[in-house]
Design a protein around this ligand. Structure first.
Ligand code: TXA
Ligand code: MG
Length: 366
């Protein structure tokens, strides 16, 4: 199959350029497309054979459900068994945007996207290209991230092409994604509100909205990255390998700048950085690294983000950095630890999962 990359204007996507892709979707085909979080791989949500093809193309386990993408908030309730104040308040606050809501699936609503669960995940992306594509299609789109299972999610069209060339007819190029990490997933079932995956919307923001509306419901947060054997997954994706580049990922940890620099020194002295190390670190740390260990810093690839506090920027570039460094043939990627508040939580969640991937014998997932 020939894969065509269709470049469209991010702000005012040209309908005539998107129509062939929308038509392919309506005919049961798959299309990769940009969202504000990461690129997705779409099929029309209620076309069962098309949705099943997504699992095949990605090599994704059948028991790992997909998110349905809708073009507007008003279309969300039709997927669910009921729609209450919590759903209303959260969706008004965060949709459109990087926010996914999981609730009990409406009876009789069937799609392989739900992977047999009695719940379903729905979100309304804010990316103009994605919304236009859904509109032209006239149907919600079931879509996971557009990577081969286990690999880092693509955050630009070329990274999507790297994984999907020859496997889908169209990849829509709407530029680089704003967030670079996937949506925050919130489950609201059986009276329990749970943040299953941190993302572009932080736990603090969700709690603030609940407070503002006097909804006294605790938001449970994920603590574990992987499940032990025999445990049941609330987010089925939790039990699989994630976000892993070919190189081994390590967290360059330290409670502050000085301790991170001292870790770098020690690792260099003990020759523990790997045979072809590379770095994803803040500019000030990169500068200090250059001064302290000029030979090491000059010899090996370093990708930077502005500073320790630039959580959003670090998250935006993480997966793209993984993929660029892989293309350079490095053996190890050392990525700087960040505080786990706000978007830093999403960055650390992806980084720790990528770092765990090589250590554990876990299967590919997303
Ligand atoms: O930002 C995003 O959410 C991106 C873009 C493309 O929209 N999508 C994405 O999809 O990250 P995916 O499939 O790579 O990750 C979705 C996660 C998986 O871990 C899956 O297990 C979980 O959502 N999930 C989906 N439906 C679920 C459900 N009904 N119950 C529990 N977890 C669910
Ligand atoms: Mg994924």
């Amino acid at each position: 199959m020939i894969t065509r990359v269709i470049k469209v204007d991010r702000e005012e996507p040209q309908a005539d350029l998107l129509k062939p892709a929308a038509h392919a979707l309506q005919q049961g085909g798959l299309v990769a497309f940009p969202t504000e979080t990461v690129y997705g791989l779409a099929a029309v949500w209620d076309n069962a054979p098309a949705v099943k093809k997504i699992f095949e193309v990605k090599g994704r386990p059948q028991d790992n459900p997909l998110i349905v993408h809708e073009c507007c908030r008003e279309n969300m309730p039709k997927y669910f068994d009921s729609w209450d104040e919590v759903a209303d308040v959260l969706s008004r606050a965060f949709c459109p945007g990087p926010f996914t809501l999981i609730m009990k699936r409406r009876k009789g609503l069937e799609s392989p996207a739900a992977a047999g669960l009695d719940t379903i995940a729905v979100r309304v992306p804010s990316h103009p290209v994605c919304r236009k594509l859904i509109e032209l299609c006239g149907k919600g789109l079931a879509a996971p991230s557009a990577n081969i299972s286990g690999r880092p999610s693509p955050t630009n069209a070329l990274d999507a092409l790297e994984d999907l060339n020859g496997k889908v007819p169209y990849i829509i190029d709407g530029g680089s994604c704003d967030f670079g990490v996937e949506s925050s997933i919130v489950s609201w079932t059986n009276g329990k509100l749970e943040l299953l995956r941190p993302g572009g919307i932080s736990a603090e923001e969700i709690e603030a909205v609940l407070r503002e509306h006097k909804l006294e419901i605790p938001l449970h947060r994920p603590e574990k990255l992987m499940l032990s054997e025999g445990e049941t997954a609330r987010a089925p994706g939790m039990k699989y390998r994630h976000y892993a580049p070919k190189a081994t990922v390590h967290v360059l940890s330290g409670k502050d700048f000085a301790s991170k620099l001292s870790s770098l020194r020690q690792l260099t002295e003990k020759k523990e950085l790997g045979s072809k190390p590379s770095f994803y670190i803040s500019k000030p740390l990169a500068e200090a690294f250059k001064k302290a260990l000029p030979a090491m810093a000059a010899e090996h690839p370093v990708i930077t983000f502005s500073d320790e506090e630039s959580h959003a920027e670090a998250a935006r570039g993480l997966f793209a950095a993984f993929r660029s460094l892989d293309r350079l043939g490095v053996t190890d990627i050392w990525a700087e630890e960040q505080e786990k508040n706000r978007v830093g939580a999403a960055y650390m969640n992806r980084l720790l999962k990528a770092a765990a991937a090589k250590k554990k014998d876990v299967k590919n997932a997303e």
